[in-house]
Design a protein around this ligand. Structure first.
Ligand SMILES: [Zn+2]
Length: 434
């Protein structure tokens, strides 16, 4: 007896058709995927975003979510570092997590805001921070290059419509346009086009002509380049210590690399940081802490750092206020007030504090450091930890500074020990070593 089939001939036809359809859809999906991968491969790497984009599927949230606050340019601290780490984990930030909110951090915050539907103002306020630390934060996605170029050969002020919308969209993806996608070629659109042209070697006329549009929709269109903050200088990278004095001033925008916030970085039981937010170069601060541990072992405690890194602008403020005080309180002429100030305050650009390697060591609530046991210990031992007593009495005419018992400078122990043994100040040492 024949087994009775439950499927009719029509059913069999339908099953065959269904299987065929699935195979077709699968092939189409594969082709799409390949097309996507090919496009992804030729998409230019945006210049303000990291070269290697690490897209984290489910980035681990920080163990303790910081209380939302507000961070913007020039903010410093542990929370800024946490934010940088989080932005890096999501693929937006490629710089060093150094706790300093500079141009790179701002660009990363803006990119995050843009991609997460927030106003891209580069300020990490409560809304931005809350989203950033939430599981809903989107990882960085590179913008795929659009394949279709709009047909119109020219768009300019007053143009309207779908093609202007596309133009605004594209300019926004590349970071040039931050206004509304409204299809109106207004002032904002014109400015964005102008900046795009400037950064792509095109005539910067603010008109999206054929050449501009072609570049804009091509693979060679780059993300906006944010003018970088002055590049931080690796102050300890050379073979010889960096010299900063009256004959060797440094540039106004000089910034040492790898500064740490000493108020947060230093063990408070070893040293008091007089002014919160005082910064110093990490390697030098590490050496300082090693030295103060040794001092503690010798029973010499109660240290204070009353000054470390100072920018040229900071120094200018100090210098000017000193001059003013001599004029107001002592009735000196401006020229005389400047001469008097120069005896104790370095001219802007000539202070060693600009290097982030110099520290003014004091004792809390004690006026005269020179008569303390801390001063005695420091002058005896600092050399072993890479520091020199920079301005000494018998070298005043070489250094150009009156003796300062409290001012130590990190040069590295391979140099400081030689300078101690041969009684050389930095100027003399460099003269011999060169
Ligand atoms: Zn000093």
């Amino acid at each position: 007896m024949k087994k009775k089939s439950g499927i009719s001939p029509l059913g069999i036809v339908m099953i065959i058709a269904l299987v065929g359809a699935i195979a077709l859809v699968g092939a189409a999906a594969l082709a799409n995927r390949q097309e996507y991968l090919r496009e992804a491969a030729i998409t230019p790497t945006p210049s303000i975003t990291p070269r290697t984009v690490r897209i984290t599927e489910d980035p681990a949230l920080p163990t303790s979510t910081p209380t939302p606050r507000l961070f913007q340019m020039n903010a410093v601290g542990v929370e800024v570092r946490q934010m940088q780490e989080r932005l890096a984990a999501l693929g937006y930030y490629g710089g060093e997590a150094d706790g300093q909110f500079g141009a790179g951090t701002r660009a990363a915050v803006e990119a995050f805001q843009r991609q997460n539907g927030l106003e891209a103002d580069g300020i990490a306020g409560e809304t931005t921070l809350t989203l950033l630390y939430s599981a809903g934060a989107q990882a960085f996605m590179p913008t795929p290059t659009p394949s279709a170029t709009p047909e119109t050969a020219m768009l300019s002020s007053g143009s309207q419509g779908e093609q202007v919308k596309q133009l605004q969209q594209r300019l926004q993806e590349l970071g040039f346009y931050t206004g509304k996608i409204d299809g109106d070629y207004g002032k904002g659109t014109r400015n964005a086009v102008t900046v795009f042209q400037q950064q792509h070697g095109l005539e910067a006329d603010g008109i999206a002509g054929e050449k501009t549009l072609k570049t804009l929709y091509s693979g060679s269109a780059r993300q906006i380049t944010v003018t970088p903050a002055p590049e931080a200088v690796q102050v300890l990278s050379g073979n010889l210590p960096l010299l900063v004095n009256k004959e060797h001033p440094i540039a106004d925008d000089f910034v040492p690399a790898d500064l740490v916030n000493m108020s947060e970085y230093c063990d408070a039981s070893l040293v008091k940081i007089k002014y919160s937010g005082t910064r110093g170069v990490r390697e030098a601060v590490d050496a300082l802490l090693d030295m103060l541990k040794a001092a503690k072992a010798d029973g010499v405690i109660n240290w204070q750092v009353s000054a470390a890194y100072r920018s040229v602008a900071d120094q200018r403020r100090i210098f000017d206020s000193n001059v003013k005080s001599y004029m107001d309180k002592n009735g000196l002429s401006r020229a005389n007030a400047i001469s008097a100030t120069r005896k104790t305050v370095a001219d802007p650009g000539t202070s060693e504090h600009h290097t982030g390697l110099a520290f003014d060591m004091t004792v809390p609530n004690t006026e005269s450091f020179i008569s303390t046991k801390q001063c005695k210990w420091l002058h005896e031992h600092c050399w072993d930890y890479g520091f020199v007593v920079r301005y000494q009495k018998d070298k005043e005419d070489i250094t150009g500074f009156l003796a300062e018992a409290w001012h130590i400078r990190y040069v590295g122990a391979e140099h400081s020990t030689v300078m101690r043994d041969r009684n050389l100040c930095l100027e003399e040492y460099l003269q011999l070593a060169r």
